[in-house]
Design a protein around this ligand. Structure first.
Ligand SMILES: NC(=O)C1=CN([C@@H]2O[C@H](COP(=O)(O)OP(=O)(O)OC[C@H]3O[C@@H](n4cnc5c(N)ncnc54)[C@H](OP(=O)(O)O)[C@@H]3O)[C@@H](O)[C@H]2O)[C@@H](O)CC1
Ligand SMILES: [K+]
Length: 367
């Protein structure tokens, strides 16, 4: 089993700890890889569903780019689940198949639900990159990536970058979104895009907990992997989000909840990043919400019906923090969790209203 380094105190995991935590989860007696991958893949499928919800006119098209390791396995599992969610057509690019029985089975399970497999990025009849997908799921590399991407995966990453560059020049709402599984492929797990690829996904689904490289990621961010026993979470300073209901994922986006990564789109009003001096992604998320609501109130003081609720949520959140010294730890946990849940419920209500408005607009265009 790999040895841990000194765990970070931020709630982000570095590459060494991510591998050590993974090994510890699967040490005997513990989980099997098959179990964890099934849950990880289900979480990815749910994140796709939440971020790019079904539409009534047609099935969504999803392209999975699967790498040679377990990150690729998460992609295979997610593709199958999305097909069972019914409103998604999935295609998998899997150029370097693992011959381990588990992976052979995962491929067969996809074939059994009519998912086509390709060896390389699809092109159109004219030979150009096929960018007619609603979502590309980047399941190429996860926390064991190191060095510079080698072929055939370097080309797959390059294709995603080309699609993003093409789209930056088009003012089109129907743009393909890219969702990375656990780590944006090609990024150094601890340091981010140090190779300077320029690749920034629109959406990231961190598994178990965010990795260090995601500290400055400002696109939509989900956390999934609802399987961590408390003792292991504590050992690695991992804070499990209070997943709502039966959900396998929870959105913890810091910047525009409906927006794309600001590294690629900087020409709109940005919520100031309040996170630079904060200690964990959980604090960052709370601070993000406070900042978001403050801006909303500034911009629409009259028609922000929830401003009183918001203020009380924020007040209660800071009250929780300032009175920590006098409080019993259990009470503190309960209060914090309640504050999170209230904030999350409000976030969901806002998001649904916005999605409904978007759908209405799209429907109007089709009529
Ligand atoms: N605990 C959790 O939350 C769970 C996590 N899970 C998932 O597992 C993921 C980690 O999986 P993983 O360890 O198999 O590694 P991953 O990153 O997929 O790739 C390794 C492969 O990439 C290759 N490779 C490396 N560098 C390369 C390069 N520069 N260019 C080309 N190839 C390169 C490397 O080849 P090698 O260098 O060894 O020859 C090897 O074949 C994790 O991120 C999460 O998604 C769940 O499934 C289960 C629960
Ligand atoms: K990835």
């Amino acid at each position: 089993m790999p040895t841990t380094t000194t765990p970070t105190t931020t709630g982000y995991l570095n590459a060494a700890d991510a591998a050590a935590l993974d090994a510890e989860l699967m040490s005997t007696p513990g989980y099997s890889l098959e179990q964890l991958m099934e849950l990880a893949g289900l979480a990815v499928a749910e994140a796709v569903y939440q971020a790019i919800p079904p539409i009534s006119e047609r099935k969504r098209k999803v392209l999975f780019l699967c790498g040679p390791g377990n990150n690729g396995g998460d992609g295979l599992v997610a593709a199958r689940h999305l097909v069972f969610f019914r409103q998604y057509d999935c295609t998998v690019v899997y150029p370097k198949r693992s011959n381990k029985p588990h992976f052979v089975n995962l491929v067969q399970q996809c074939v059994n639900v009519d998912i086509p497999f390709l060896e390389e990025f699809p092109t159109t009849k004219e030979g150009t990159i096929d960018d007619t997908y609603d979502v590309i799921v980047d399941a190429i590399f996860g926390f064991s990536f190191h060095g510079e991407p080698r072929e055939p995966f370097a080309t797959l990453i390059q294709r995603m970058i080309e699609i993003q560059q093409q789209q930056q020049q088009q003012d089109d709402n129907n743009q393909v979104k890219i969702l990375s599984v656990d780590v944006p492929s090609g990024w150094n797990v601890d340091e981010g895009d140090v190779a300077g690829t320029g690749f920034v996904p629109d959406i990231l689904t961190s598994l178990t907990t965010p990795k260090l490289c995601s500290q400055n990621f400002t696109g939509r961010h989900f956390i999934g992997g609802r399987f961590l026993p408390p003792a292991i979470a504590q050992k690695y300073n991992v804070e499990m989000p209070p997943y709502p209901g039966t959900s396998q994922v929870m959105e913890v986006t810091r910047q525009h909840i409906e927006g794309t990564s600001h590294q690629r789109h900087t020409n709109h009003t940005e919520i100031q990043n309040p996170s630079s001096t904060l200690s964990s992604w959980r604090d960052e998320y709370e601070a993000y919400l406070s900042e978001k609501y403050r801006l909303e109130q500034q911009q629409h003081p009259a028609d922000t019906p929830s401003s009183a609720t918001t203020a009380s949520i924020i007040d209660s959140s800071s009250a929780t923090k300032t009175s920590n010294n006098d409080m019993d730890r259990n009470d503190e946990n309960e209060e914090e969790e309640e504050s999170w849940l209230l904030q999350y419920a409000k976030h969901c209500a806002e998001k649904e209203a916005r999605l409904a408005a978007n759908e209405q607009e799209q429907y109007g265009r089709y009529k």
